[in-house]
Ligand binder design. Structure first.
Ligand code: ADP
Length: 464
C-alpha cells in the first residue's frame, strides 16, 4: 500500500522546494549583476586612465620626443602595469612601449573611431582591453580581470554553502513548527483509533485553540454521543428480545414434545413435530448466545472465580465431546504434559463453555473421519490449552474475522449448524481471564486453537 505522507512533511517539502528555487534564482541573478558591476568598474578605470593619458599627450606636445617618451613610459609603469600602447592609425608604434606591452597578445586592430572593449586570455588569465581611436592616434591599454574572477568565485562558493545551510535550517524549523501546530491532530487520531464499540463512552480530546481543530473534535464528540445512545438502545433491544423470546420458544418446544409423544401419530405429523423440536433447540442455543453477549456488553455478566484445575476440566469436557466426535467417526485424544499443577484462577462454567466451543467447532469443521487432539501443558508462565484438528482450516482472508459476531467463514458452510457467535463468546471469556487466543490454520489441512492462561494474582482477575 502506498504510504501517505504527513501534512507536516508535505508542507516542509513544498516550502523547501519554493525556497530552493528562489535561492537559486537569487544566486544566479546576483552572480550576473556582480559580474556586470565588476566589469563596468574595470571599464571605467580603463576609460579614466585613457583620459589621463590623452591629457598627458596633449600637455607634452611642445616638448622634445625623448622627454615625451620618458613621461609616457613613467605614466605606463605607474598606472597599468605597463600594458599600454600608442599607435599610428596604420598600427605601427607611435611611442616605444613598456616591455610588458611588447609581449602582450593585443587583439587585431580594426578601429572605427571611439572606444572598443574586448576580453582576451593571456597565460590563462583574463584581461579587458580598451582600444580608443581618435584622428591620427590610437591608444590601447589592458587591465587584468583576475580580481573580478576571484570575487565571483568567492561569491559562488559562499552560495554553495549558504543555500544548503539555509534550506536545512528552514526545512527543520518548518517541520518542527508544523508538527507542533498539528500535534493535536495526532492526539485526536490516536484517541479516535482507540474508540471501539466497547468503549463508546470515551471522548476525543478537545484542543482549546478556537479553530477548525477544536470544532472538528467537538463535532466528533457530539457524533460519538449520538452513536453511543444508538448502540446502547440496540444492545438493550437485543438483550430484551432474547430474554422475551425464551419463554414462547420453550413453550412451543414443550407443546411439540407433548404432541410428538402421541401414541398414535401419523408419520408426517411426527416428523413435523420432531423438526419443530430440533429448530427450537437451535433457536434456543442462539438466544442463549445472544443473551450471553448482551450481558457481556452491558458488563452485567457474573464470574465466580476460584482455583480451577484445567487438566481435570479439559479432560472432563473431552469425555463428553468424545461421544459427539465418535458419532462422526472422529478420533478425539486428550493428553497432558504438565510438569506442575495446571491450576489457574478462573470461572469453571465459563472455561468449560470456552473449551466446548473449540471442541464443537473442531468436530463440526472436520470431515469424517478426522483426528482431534487436545492437550494441556502447564509451564512456568501459565497453562497452554491446544485444540488441534485435521479439518477444513480457515483461509487467510477469513482468519482476521472469525472472532467477530455472526461471522461464518464461507456461505457454503451454511449446511453446518451455527450462527457465528461461538468464537466471539470464546474470545470474551478468554479476555475476562486475561488469556491469549492464537490460531494456526491451513486450508484443507487443519487448525490449531491455542489458549494460554497466565498464572495470576487473584486481585488482577476482573470481568471485562
Ligand atoms: P459457528 O457457529 O459458525 O461455528 P464460530 O464463531 O464458532 O461460529 O466460528 C466462526 C467461523 O470460524 C466458523 O463459521 C468457521 O467458518 C470458522 N471456524 C471456527 N472454528 C474452526 C475450525 N476448527 N476449523 C475451521 N473453521 C473454523
Amino acid at each position: 500500500m502506498k504510504r501517505r505522507r504527513t501534512i507536516s512533511s508535505q508542507l516542509t517539502i513544498w516550502y523547501s522546494s519554493v525556497l530552493f528555487v528562489s535561492l537559486i534564482l537569487f544566486g544566479v541573478t546576483m552572480w550576473f549583476t556582480l559580474d556586470h558591476t565588476l566589469v563596468a568598474g574595470r571599464t571605467r578605470t580603463l576609460e579614466r586612465r585613457a583620459d589621463r593619458l590623452g591629457d598627458l599627450l596633449r600637455s607634452t606636445e611642445s616638448e622634445p620626443d625623448v622627454a615625451r617618451a620618458n613621461k609616457f613610459l613613467a605614466f605606463a609603469d605607474a598606472t597599468g602595469g605597463g600594458l599600454i600602447q600608442i599607435l599610428h592609425e596604420d598600427g605601427t608604434l607611435a611611442r616605444p612601449s613598456p616591455s610588458a606591452a611588447e609581449s602582450f597578445p593585443w587583439p587585431r586592430l580594426e578601429t572605427p573611431q571611439g572606444d572598443r572593449l574586448q576580453e582576451i586570455t593571456f597565460s590563462d588569465l583574463p584581461y579587458l582591453v580598451l582600444t580608443r581611436s581618435s584622428p591620427g592616434i590610437i591608444v590601447r591599454m589592458a587591465a587584468p580581470l583576475e580580481g573580478n574572477r576571484t570575487i565571483l568565485r568567492a561569491f559562488s562558493q559562499g552560495l554553495t554553502w549558504t543555500i544548503p545551510a539555509l534550506l536545512l535550517v528552514s526545512a527543520l524549523g518548518g517541520y518542527i513548527l508544523s508538527r507542533r501546530a498539528l500535534k493535536p491532530v495526532d492526539q485526536i487520531t490516536a484517541a479516535a483509533r482507540s474508540i471501539t464499540v466497547s468503549n463508546l463512552a470515551e471522548r476525543l480530546p478537545v484542543p482549546q485553540t478556537a479553530d477548525e481543530l477544536q470544532r472538528l473534535s467537538e463535532m466528533h464528540n457530539a457524533m460519538l454521543a449520538r452513536l453511543e445512545t444508538a448502540v446502547n438502545e440496540l444492545k438493550r433491544f437485543t438483550s430484551d428480545a432474547s430474554h422475551e423470546l425464551r419463554s414462547p420458544l420453550s413453550f412451543i418446544r414443550t407443546v411439540a414434545e407433548v404432541a410428538a409423544r402421541n401414541p398414535k401419530p401419523d408419520p408426517a405429523s411426527r416428523r413435523a413435530f420432531e423438526e419443530i423440536i430440533e429448530e427450537c433447540g437451535k433457536a434456543g442455543r442462539l438466544l442463549e448466545d445472544m443473551l450471553t453477549l448482551a450481558r457481556a456488553d452491558a458488563g452485567s455478566a457474573q464470574f465466580a472465580f476460584e482455583p480451577v484445575d484445567l487438566t481435570q476440566l479439559v479432560s472432563a469436557v473431552c469425555d463428553k465431546a468424545r461421544v459427539v466426535a465418535a458419532a462422526r467417526d472422529h478420533t478425539l485424544t486428550f493428553s497432558s504434559h504438565s510438569a506442575r499443577p495446571a491450576t489457574v484462577w478462573a470461572d469453571y462454567a465459563s472455561i468449560r463453555r470456552l473449551i466446548w466451543i473449540l471442541l464443537d467447532n473442531a468436530i463440526k469443521y472436520t470431515p469424517s473421519p478426522g483426528i482431534i487432539q487436545v492437550s494441556v501443558n502447564a509451564k512456568d508462565e501459565g497453562v497452554l490449552i491446544t485444540v488441534e484438528d485435521t479439518g477444513i482450516g480457515v483461509s487467510s482472508s477469513d482468519l482476521p474475522h472469525i472472532f467477530g459476531r455472526f461471522y461464518r467463514a464461507d456461505p457454503s458452510r451454511s449446511n453446518v449448524e451455527g450462527a457465528g457467535l461461538g468464537l466471539s463468546i470464546a474470545k470474551w471469556i478468554a479476555d475476562a481471564h486475561h488469556a491469549q487466543v492464537q490460531v494456526e490454520t491451513k486450508e484443507k489441512v487443519g487448525s490449531a486453537f491455542q489458549i494460554s492462561f497466565p498464572f495470576m494474582a487473584v486481585g488482577l482477575i476482573t470481568a471485562v
